[in-house]
Write a protein that binds this ligand. Sequence first.
Ligand SMILES: [Zn+2]
Length: 297
Amino acid sequence: MEYAVDVGGTKIAYAIVDKARILAEDSVATDGLPPEERLPAVGKTLRALAKDRGVRPFCAGLSLPGPIAHGALLHAPNLHGAWVGRSISEFFSMLDLGVPGAAQRDALLGGLGEYAAGAGQGLQSFAYLTLGTGVGGALIVEGHLLLGADGAAGEIGHLTAEPRGPVCGCGRRGCVEAIASGTAIAKIYTAETGEEVHGAEIARRARSGERAAKKVFARAGIALGIACAAWAQVANPQAVICGGSLAQSLDLLLPTLERTLHRRAWEANLPLPILPAQLGGPAPLVGAAHYARQSAR
Ligand SMILES: [Zn+2]
């Protein structure tokens, strides 16, 4: 049994997890506050939850909305500045849960959550793609997250898909994220039509056959196909699992995604099924608990 905490820009969700199943959970608004004004109360509530239920979690997992390197949160644009540069051990002291803890980036833990209790159950190696306001990725290899030297492995959102494409938030040109994130889809649609509409509305228009809307999704699908082909060649995963809010529009992305993937990937790396994620919002919590358990061993 584990404690799990998922810090996001809007809310901090927390839970007690038992065998990849959420036993008790709750959340508080992040409210743009520094960690010392949020984590101690979260830790206190978690300890009370465990006491009420008569359970004793043996470790704690923490999901953070930014990369972690050398034991500290490197950057997190959606959080109060006081979170950035702080060491992971400081966050765990603020939580004061009295058990060993391990922290990782949310996109990676979302993938691990799918491995433990979602669409990745029964798979040993797969890629996880999270499509939302940004594009994130993770690689699960033999049941473990591939972290790389600095924990930045699998960052497929910043793979170049169109060398002359739109400028990305990272400052480079033509990244997958600059073409296929929810934000990018809305931005490109506005540039093409002059209309400012929400992503869900663009998806509705694409389904009803509107040319401009279909074109934006087709282009995003190509960028994602390039990303999936890269994964196929480098890591030979058994599947790509797609999560995040934009995964609800996977049907609009799949035709060009699969065509691009099959044109670009070597036959030995195919077929590479593209599957929808199953866990949704709680994926990072379940992943954080699993990661903590793996790290505590
Ligand atoms: Zn980028």
